[in-house]
Ligand binder design. Structure first.
Ligand SMILES: *[C@@H]1O[C@H](CO)[C@@H](O)[C@H](O)[C@H]1NC(C)=O
Ligand SMILES: *[C@@H]1O[C@H](CO)[C@@H](O)[C@H](O)[C@H]1NC(C)=O
Ligand SMILES: *[C@@H]1O[C@H](CO)[C@@H](O)[C@H](O)[C@H]1NC(C)=O
Ligand SMILES: *[C@@H]1O[C@H](CO)[C@@H](O)[C@H](O)[C@H]1NC(C)=O
Ligand SMILES: *[C@@H]1O[C@H](CO)[C@@H](O)[C@H](O)[C@H]1NC(C)=O
Ligand SMILES: *[C@@H]1O[C@H](CO)[C@@H](O)[C@H](O)[C@H]1NC(C)=O
Ligand SMILES: *[C@@H]1O[C@H](CO)[C@@H](O)[C@H](O)[C@H]1NC(C)=O
Ligand SMILES: *[C@@H]1O[C@H](CO)[C@@H](O)[C@H](O)[C@H]1NC(C)=O
Ligand SMILES: *[C@@H]1O[C@H](CO)[C@@H](O)[C@H](O)[C@H]1NC(C)=O
Length: 705
């Protein structure tokens, strides 16, 4: 039973021999100089499948023998398995002209031969990469159509005088033009159309043969042969064709399913989908060469026998599909490169030396780098310390102890804390800019919002005073003074941290659009501000001067309570003459005229400036308006004084204020302002008197309302 089974299997195996083997056996593989590999074959049953185009014919009667595609007649001159290409010959189409008949209409005269080429139904397609359509002659229009008669592509060639020639060849203006051909093209019928030949005397055609040519051609061959043809007769050019197993639109995926029809017979073969048209081709896997279309056709490449392609300077051992190249016994390295092998101990010695040196260098660099870093760090620290001392930090720190015990919360912030609070001085957090600094909104570690003032550069002399001033300011606790919460001394210019006042400045409120402030409120704000100033003038000795009283420095709290800000700012303001201009710029319209003469700030300077703020509240006008209607109108103080002298001061009061406060209050207020605006400080009342007077006006107003 078992013997019978074995016999049956053997019989079956013998009865179904591999088709390719059968077709290959006893077949002719040579025709003249052209080798014909399977799947191509000469004669019946020697080629692959039913595809037309694989069957070739060899005409031995010709010298040399002529190989043609059966049923198509194209002469084959080479076949490549590795690239799946074949080269066939094609006669160039031509149109020749009788130059003597140029008296005619310029139309084509003379002989015309147009050689088409049909590949439809075969394994071949024109190679769109390697073949080109070329036309020679000028002027000429050459094109070709497919088997349906539809235009495929073409080009026009003209002749430019050689003096105007552009570099390159076959560009279209040198009597030669070329055109790429599309993928999947299986037929070609050329046409040559000439025109305007009469006007072209003296150019390419006039000196040459009087024939125009058009043909499909191997682009590489044409490049070498040159584009200058001086022929008259027929000649053949090589055309590159792509071939593939194209049976019924097969692809690798479908073909693998049908073992009897699958063309890639060799075990060491791969299937590749055709890059031009349907179908697939086979190739040997890497490390193998030969014919993938026959069983056992792909043979291992003996790389060791080809040391030009596979260099090996050691011991070469061929393996199936590859090779091993090792260094001789006792040495190691890369044997595939010349002098790649080294004696083992020599190598390790060299390696040790190299490793030792590189580690040494690395350590040295590391040490240098860390030393550099620490020097840098120390330098930064020293700079911070220097600024701290320079800004009077030591004195301040000393006194902070006693302050803390007396319940005053004043903090010395570090540079990092300030940077963190302001988002590294983010532009988006700028609350305002003044003549002597920028104010940022910040959020400090405990989550509260603060205003951080970064002053402009100041000189050292003022810095000495700064910390003393700050110490005093930190102890001020008045509901109408913006509280100083802390400072930062680690930077070149000290920074001040203030309580944040949300509603902006009085200046914005009075002069901003549409925020009319009731006259009663105006009096209250004026009174509150006056109290704050009076308090500051009287609470310390020497008095704390503001030095820059203006509506922009009076801030408004959530419930519109006035809070005077920027006390002592003048201390930080530049005092030398060169920089006075910047100071004056910031406070134009408020500046005590006496100060300009004496350069000495006094309490009365603040009184003068405050009077201008009061005027602003009463008139609703800006203290300084550079584009006022008349020159007198630029300064509010000046125009008010003038108006009072002319008895017309009531007219410049704000309409609402005039109506609501009444003439009596207004007159008293005007009188107060005039006294405050006296040119000599002595004649001005003190801030306390001013505050009291405003309180009285307020209560008078209130009882009247
Ligand atoms: C063809 O072979 C002959 C000799 O067999 C040789 O002289 C000739 O150069 C070859 N031609 C080509 C194109 O290889
Ligand atoms: C076939 O394989 C050879 C060698 O691996 C390679 O040179 C060639 O380009 C391959 N052919 C195609 C069509 O991929
Ligand atoms: C053209 O005309 C010239 C003179 O008229 C003559 O010699 C020549 O043979 C003619 N050529 C042809 C091709 O008819
Ligand atoms: C190729 O096309 C021509 C013209 O359309 C046609 O006559 C011929 O039968 C076709 N050949 C094949 C094999 O399809
Ligand atoms: C044509 O021939 C004439 C003389 O035979 C020559 O001077 C002229 O340069 C030629 N023109 C071209 C385009 O070759
Ligand atoms: C033109 O053809 C003749 C003979 O075929 C040849 O001697 C001559 O060199 C060719 N001229 C050019 C420019 O190719
Ligand atoms: C190509 O031209 C030659 C020479 O004129 C001619 O013998 C041959 O028949 C032509 N080939 C074809 C396919 O027409
Ligand atoms: C396999 O291919 C052969 C030849 O083309 C065909 O006769 C047969 O029907 C195919 N078999 C299958 C299962 O498609
Ligand atoms: C040996 O050298 C060659 C050429 O430089 C390189 O391609 C190859 O990867 C090297 N082999 C090894 C094992 O380093």
């Amino acid at each position: 039973m078992a013997a019978l089974a074995v016999f049956l299997v053997l019989l079956l195996w013998l009865a179904v021999p591999p088709a390719a083997a059968q077709r290959t056996r006893g077949c002719r593989r040579q025709c003249g100089n052209v080798t014909v590999p399977y799947p191509f074959g000469i004669g019946a049953r020697c080629h692959h499948g039913e595809d037309r185009g694989f069957r070739l014919e060899c005409d031995d009667t010709r010298r040399p023998p002529r190989l043609t595609v059966a049923g198509y007649g194209h002469e084959v001159v080479s076949i490549s398995l590795a690239t799946a290409e074949a080269t066939v010959l094609l006669n160039a189409s031509r149109a020749c002209y009788d130059r003597n008949s140029s008296s005619g209409s310029g139309r084509v005269l003379g002989r015309r031969e147009e050689y088409p080429m049909a590949l439809n139904g075969s394994a071949f397609l024109f190679s769109s990469i390697k073949s080109k359509f070329v036309a020679i002659g000028c002027p000429d229009l050459a094109y070709f159509v497919d088997d349906g008669g539809y235009y495929v592509t073409g080009c026009m060639s003209v002749c430019r005088p050689s003096a105007r020639a552009l570099p390159g060849s076959c560009r279209g203006d040198d009597g030669c033009c070329q055109s790429n051909i599309p993928l999947g093209l299986d037929s070609y019928r050329p046409y040559i159309r000439s025109f305007g030949r009469r006007q072209q005397q003296g150019t390419f055609m006039a000196n040459s043969t009087g024939c125009a040519y058009a043909f499909m051609v191997d682009a590489l061959w044409f490049w070498y042969a040159g584009s200058h043809f001086n022929r008259t007769g027929d000649f053949a050019v090589p055309v590159v064709l792509d071939w593939a197993i194209r049976a019924a639109g097969s692809s690798c995926a479908t073909a693998r399913g049908n073992a009897t029809a699958y063309a890639c017979r060799s075990k060491q073969s791969v299937c590749l989908d055709s890059s031009n048209g349907p179908g697939y081709i086979c190739n040997c896997t890497s490390g193998y060469e030969g014919n993938p279309y026959i069983l056992g056709g792909c043979k291992d490449v003996d790389e060791c026998a080809h040391d030009d392609l596979y260099p090996c300077y050691g011991v070469c051992i061929n393996t199936p599909g590859g090779y091993l190249c090792t260094c001789p016994e006792g040495s190691s390295g890369n044997a595939t490169v010349l002098d790649g092998c080294h004696q083992k101990d020599k190598f390790t010695l060299a390696l040790k030396a190299v490793t030792g040196v590189s580690i040494g260098v690395f350590l040295l660099i590391l040490v240098c780098f860390s030393a550099h870093l620490s020097v840098q760090k120390r330098r930064t620290l020293r700079a911070k310390q220097r600024f701290f001392e320079q800004n009077g930090g030591l004195l301040l720190q000393q006194q902070l102890g006693s302050l803390a015990s007396s319940g005053v919360a004043f903090k010395i912030f570090s540079d990092e804390e300030i940077r963190k609070a302001t988002g590294n001085f983010d532009e988006a957090r700028v609350l305002g800019r003044g003549g002597n600094g920028v104010v940022y909104r910040g959020v400090i570690a405990d989550g509260s919002t603060v205003a951080i003032k970064k002053s402009r550069v100041v000189d050292e002399k003022q810095l000495k005073e700064f910390s003393r001033e700050m110490l005093i300011l930190s102890q001020i606790n008045h509901r109408n003074v913006v509280k100083l919460l802390g400072c930062c001394l680690e930077v070149e210019v000290p920074m001040l941290v203030y309580e944040y006042v949300p509603n902006g400045s009085l200046h914005l409120y009075v002069h901003g659009d549409g925020k009319a402030m009731p006259p009663g409120e105006r009096l209250r704000v004026a009174a509150e501000s006056a109290h704050a100033l009076a308090y500051m003038h009287s609470s310390a000795s020497p008095p704390i001067l503001h030095g820059d009283v203006k509506s922009a420095n009076i801030l408004l709290d959530g419930d519109l309570t006035a809070k005077v800000s920027d006390f002592g700012a003048s201390r930080l303001a530049p005092a030398d003459e060169a920089q006075v201009a910047t100071l004056v710029q910031g406070t134009c319209g408020y500046l005590d005229p006496e100060y300009l003469l004496t350069c000495q700030l006094t309490c009365k300077s603040d009184v003068y400036s405050f009077a201008v703020v009061l005027l602003e509240l009463l008139t609703g006008r800006k203290a300084f308006c550079p584009d006022g209607p008349e020159e007198d109108d630029t300064s509010l103080a000046f125009s008010f004084v003038t108006a009072v002298q002319r008895g017309r001061h009531r007219e410049i009061m704000d309409g609402h204020v005039r109506e609501e406060l009444g003439v009596e209050v207004l007159d008293h207020a005007a009188e107060l302002v005039i006294r405050c605006l006296s040119l000599t400080g002595e004649e001005r009342p003190t801030m306390t008197e001013v505050a009291d007077k405003i309180e009285r006006l307020r209560s008078f107003h209130c009882t009247n309302v």
